[in-house]
Design a protein around this ligand. Sequence first.
Ligand code: ADP
Ligand code: MG
Length: 250
Amino acid sequence: MTIEVKDVTVRFGGVTALKDASLTLERGKILAVVGPNGSGKSTLFNAITGMAKPAAGTVVVDAKRIDDLPAYKRIAWGVARTFQTPRFDPKVTVEEAVMCGFFRLRRTSIMASLLRTPSAAAEEKRFRDRCNEILDDLKLSGFRSQQMSELPMGRVRLVEVARAVANEPKYILLDEPAAGLAVDEQRMLSHEMRRLAERGVGVLLVEHNFNLIRELAEHVVVLKEGSMLLEGTPETIAKNQAFIDTYLGS
Ligand code: ADP
Ligand code: MG
């Protein structure tokens, strides 16, 4: 069970944001994507989730080609994501935002839900209980009634992670989720990513902090100016001169 990205190219007008990118994300594994700003990391996420239309290449999820499906249909294939810059309505509360994540799992009709039938009430309770668990896991319980506008950006990203987890995805794509988090929040996020992988979720992680990558990821893909510079284990990447030059400037 994998996401297979093969030779994907994305262009915006004259700019080639991503060129011939390929990767394989297995369920239960954590794969990291690194690269300087503008190297195509977010575009890669957009190509997988359908927010960018590749000019070439294929995206296959669990043996089903999905690159011709619109974004909203890809969610049904169990691919959840977070955004580098989340856009929530500022008045939405943390709890409401996470409850939105259960949408994909809903089995009762709108009518049943309005009439509060026993099965609709049971489903609602199940989602609320699970929401509480997720908020606890990500240490967000204390902020459940706060509005998004009241939270620092780091915590807003954490709410996005919580919402994506609520979706019970098979694959989760996290775009710089640790940016702006305090050390203890980062630790808790690492813990959550590991827990997801242990439950069989494939985690694709864009991250700049190489210590965090070393701790979590078995495999790393390095992008530079839209192209794949190299890939390998965190250990081999960290020793690679091209990688060092890309990050530190040669
Ligand atoms: P990263 O996430 O690695 O910082 P991005 O994927 O956001 O990089 O961007 C890669 C390149 O594509 C950049 O040159 C960026 O300016 C360009 N780009 C990204 N999204 C768009 C867009 N919607 N329209 C035009 N250019 C874009
Ligand atoms: Mg980005």
